[in-house]
Design a binder for this molecule. Structure first.
Ligand SMILES: Nc1ncnc2c1ncn2[C@@H]1O[C@H](COP(=O)(O)OP(=O)(O)OP(=O)(O)O)[C@@H](O)[C@H]1O
Ligand SMILES: [Mg+2]
Length: 250
């Protein structure tokens, strides 16, 4: 589904990502882990069109993503969350999720036809879709709450709802477990497994080991932009190079 081949990303002299290759298939949870600065977010940014790789290829369902804008890539069914840029705190949960439909229903459309019965129908349909997404995440009852008042765990589920509401088939999550309590992490893990069971491909960047080990089908460990190891959670956990890289950074 997603295929990355020999992808390199450079910033000035620094190779933030070097010759990275991996594939992700539908229904799979693929995790990138690695120390701070290893290049995980940069890899996400390159795949989703926020930075341009200096080399290599990135394709989705056989179609190259290189040279496409973030909006175009999102429109192809790849959605993501951001490491620090979470929810719109002042807005309600429902409004947050509706922003995820803007690509599907352009804002200009709303402005032009505001007040027309057809626009009201379209808006009702968008609200129905957003509420259905919240129900699927198990947070339907939070729809009218102000997003900034929720717990971190709930906020994370809102972000994921927003990312998925337009029908994403591949979702990329950058450190979704940061700041979550153990029980919220556990719940997030269940949510991710549920998404994968429904056929969605999940690409995760995460440090939190208990979550990563519990949910990942495969893990790729990045270190200084390079793939240090790739394999099942058990294989990676016992990999000598990985142990050394992590100890070296403590
Ligand atoms: N826009 C940029 N301009 C210059 N250098 C950058 C830029 N973005 C990232 N870098 C550098 O690229 C390297 C990889 O950064 P990146 O943010 O991808 O790491 P990360 O693995 O996501 O780390 P963290 O775990 O801290 O989020 C770092 O050395 C970082 O300083
Ligand atoms: Mg990062």
């Amino acid at each position: 589904m997603l295929q990355v081949e020999n992808m390199t990303v450079r910033f000035a002299g620094l190779s933030a990502v070097s010759e990275l290759s991996f594939r992700v298939e539908p229904g799979e949870i693929f995790t990138m882990m690695g120390p701070n600065g290893a290049g995980k977010t940069t890899a996400f940014n390159a795949i989703t069109g926020f930075v341009r790789p200096a080399g290599g290829t990135v394709s989705y369902k056989g179609v190259s993503l290189l040279g496409r804008t973030p909006d175009q890539i999102a429109g192809m069914g790849i959605r993501r969350t951001f490491q620090n840029n979470g929810i719109l705190r002042e807005m309600t949960v429902l409004e947050n999720v509706l922003t995820g439909l803007e690509l599907a229903i352009p804002r200009a459309f709303w402005r032009t036809v505001a007040g027309l019965p057809s626009a009201r129908r379209a808006e009702r349909e968008a609200v129905r879709q957003a509420r259905a997404m919240l129900a699927r995440m198990g947070i339907a009852e939070l729809a009218d709450r102000t997003a900034g008042d929720l717990s971190f765990g709930q906020q994370r589920l809102v972000e994921i709802s927003r990312a998925l509401v337009a029908g994403a088939e591949l979702i990329m999550l950058d450190e979704p477990a940061v700041g979550l309590s153990p029980s919220d992490r556990h719940h997030l893990g269940d949510v991710l497994r549920g998404l994968a069971r429904s056929g969605i491909a999940v690409v995760l960047v995460e440090h939190v080991q208990d979550l990563v080990m519990a949910v990942s089908d495969r893990i790729l460990v990045l270190n200084y932009g390079k793939c240090l190891a790739e394999g099942t959670p058990d294989a990676v956990r016992n990999n000598q190079a990985v142990l050394e890289a992590y100890l070296g950074h403590e």
